[in-house]
Design a protein around this ligand. Sequence first.
Ligand code: SAH
Length: 256
Amino acid sequence: MSKGGKVYLVGAGPGDPKLITLKGVEALRQADVVVYDRLANPALLEHAPVQAERIYCGKLPDQHTMRQEAINQLLVEKAALGHTVVRLKGGDPCVFGRGGEEAEHLAKHNIPFEIVPGVTAGIAAPAYAGIPVTHREHGSSFAVVTGHLREERPDLAVEKWQALAQGIDTIAFYMGIGNLSMIREQLIAHGRDANTPVAIITWGTTERQAVATGTLATIEDRLAEHPEIANPAIILVGDVVQMRDKINWFDPQMLQ
Ligand code: SAH
């Protein structure tokens, strides 16, 4: 079946093109085919040979450019032709990136593959906003959560909200901007203090990074003052957010 073909599921990092791993760059340098997402910085394609085929399969939140089954099939087909294929995904391929599903499909079709982890937005965007996701005084547990929690697992919703609201110090919500009111209401309803600090970071680690801060009580009003903050954004909830007042270091101009 595959004559030497292989697929690398590579994390592109959160945006700053230097936040990819050396292993990710090495995979790109050997690529015959690169299949990349909207959130993978296109500057990274420069690591691939000029003759490599570049296939865009980005997805906007509300429109599917290429369906997941078609992507799975494409990876198998290209590798079966003997090609080295890099599947380049924003952040880490296995954090809300469907890396697990793609790997499963490749394994099922006996296509050799490697997973190259990446720097995930829920850690990197806060870091570039001057917020460490853990801190000995302000946060000793950290969760990454989909902002679509209620839609994806309605059966578990109540228990999950209770556990998150009461058991986790720092919570990073991905894909959550459209559900911000629901998220803040659920956390408060399940026992989180309404004065808990919140930061929303859009296009973290890029020259378009912008940040709004507030509390669970005020964040919606604060967001209304920042029309530039939209998808992609991380909603970070927890006392660690107050560290931004002390260690905010990143100026998006640095990347221009
Ligand atoms: N695999 C990616 C996440 C993909 S889900 C990762 O590990 O980072 C897409 C969501 O990721 C977006 O809705 C947003 O919540 C988040 N995201 C990705 N890049 C981002 C960035 N540069 N700044 C803020 N959020 C980002």
